[in-house]
Design a protein around this ligand. Sequence first.
Ligand code: SF4
Ligand code: SF4
Length: 713
Amino acid sequence: MSRASRREYHQRLKEALDNRFLGQTLARFQGNYRGSREAGFAGMDFPALAAEVGAAKDAALGRLEELYEQFKAQAEAAGAQVHLAADAAHAREIIADIAAQTGSRRIVKSKSMTSEEIHLNRHLEAQGLQVTETDLGEWIIQLRGEGPSHMVAPAIHLSRSQVAELFTQVTGQKQDPEDIAALVEVARSRLRRAMLEADMGISGANFALASTGTIATVTNEGNARLVTTLPRVHVALVGLEKLVPDLNTALKILRLLPRSATGQLISTYVTWITGAVECAAAGGRKDLHIVFLDNGRLALSQDPVFSQALRCVRCGSCANVCPIFGKVGGHTYGHVYIGAIGLILTYFYHGREAARELVKNCLNCQACKVNCPAGIDLPGLIKKTAGLVMAEQGRPLKNQLMRRVLTNRPLFHFLLRRAYLAQKPLARGGRLIRHLPLFFAPDQEFRSLPVVAAEPLRDRWQRLAPRVSNPRLKVALFGGCLTDFVYPEQGEAMLKLLAGRDIQVDYPLGQSCCGLPAAMASEEETAREVARQNLAALEAEHYDYVLTLCASCASHLKHYPRLLADDPAWTQRAEHMAAKVIDLASFLQKEVGLEPVAGRGAKAAYHAPCHLCRGLGVHQAPRQLLQGAGYDYRPYEDEEVCCGFGGSYSLDFPELSAAILERKLKQVTATGAELLVTDCPGCVLQLEGGLDHRGSPIRVRHLAQALAEAQGK
Ligand code: SF4
Ligand code: SF4
């Protein structure tokens, strides 16, 4: 991407970040959504159900052409006409032709992301047709000449005052932003009239059932029912991926879709339409056309990796839980699809240029992945999409350097040791660097940075770690770059906690970076090579556990079997090792059992690292340990929301990293905590740096340090 377009993208982000109303609205929306979703799925085994939906969708995607033929035969037998559009232009032409053939001039539409994808309104209006969106949010943005900023709530970026102002212009009468009923009445009276006068209704569809030729819409406002029933002509524009074999499959998805979209157990209106039904229009029968859109879907459905993206049921959840969407909203995505799925589909539906910068804007926090009702590995696909973009535009220099350095452990560690000397003048004897030269790290002023340690953990190990005769457990510590070279004191605290417990802890010196930074940069081959090196180092002796103080390393080590899945010689070794990987909190609970500490300790808030709570599924253990150690635990709302670090993300998107961190630190400060505890050195870096920059007295500690301090060690 050219510098100019990168600047343009960051400018767009900055403008969104500067929009205070947007930030407040999205924060409230995401908070409410989390609560509603949780209530909606209460008592259900969400991961199992999502896996079931994923499998059902995959099975359908594997036979889309066959399902299409079956659907067409059934729907046409019921009196509908079925069309297949190869691409956006073809779909627009088909629909414009139907309008011409049926003499339709006035068109009403219900909400359809597929019609947004093909820019249908613009085309129809250019033919002189009058098109009215009838979903309230869609109508509002249509009047403003904008696209939707969310798949489910298209006008979420607008305030009541903006809507009142707009309606004042539309009606010529002053509208009161506080009088919601009056505003709704404006919309209702205008839209009802449009629907009664319309010749043609255009809808989307959430499902297309091959067994019966039925389409279904799932909505809350009821406008889709009017759009599909009142006008004499109904055109349904349907993405090919909406085809499912039968009602049972649709119901399986329907159980999750509304819960995932809004937290509702079921949407207000679920409408099933089979064939050209009777109606009051001349001739007594509705003219029903169903236009399926390919636009790259068939090819995508054949792709062994990316076909997963077509499982999407457009619930919007991957935006609702994304910390980035929560800061900048949907218009910054530049096209129709937003949230995690937007980063992927924009590349496939709108091309490389549209996706180039966008696809890098992911923290890998995993929130979208664990909330997706179709079980899509969204962060994984985002990285792979970024890999496609990179392959087409050429590997950036920093990736080439990363490969040279990360695959050569002695060189990598030599450079880290040299970094200690290089940073000395900047650190001025302190633990943190408060001001970096601008050319080195522009826009990094939102946090201080830690200094590289004078003596890494690996050099201290022989001195610190005692040999235990006849240990009951043998543990390999996987340090990761930050524990080893920046925060060796965290490793020392861990050793104090395990001292006298009959546990032998080794530090295999052949270990290197876990490879996550390479995977994040879509440098898959580098990530694989580093993984093989680490496996060899960790297999040097038999260990019962591979313990790590870094949640990101732990989660990535557990990912090695998938990373090396194409390499049978290594897959089994990776699986063997991955099964032994454990985080500190789980290890302490399972194998150590720290003695409870009496008395009331410091007020402590906790930050849950993304890769611990979502990557490893560890939620309660660290909090229980803190409370057991006598800390006065202070919870807050966004405990499990990302801190905005994301490794190199915070260098590439400092404006967003800073904004996400800001919200977290505000909440932590409001708890009155004296201490902020977490169990990932990357999060320590971000949180400590942010608090230091603000001059906050809150101390940041790794869980190992907090527990060791509480135990007086
Ligand atoms: S990718 Fe998943 S979470 Fe995102 S909109 Fe699609 S189904 Fe919903
Ligand atoms: S991994 Fe996190 S940051 Fe990336 S798209 Fe998903 S929710 Fe957003």
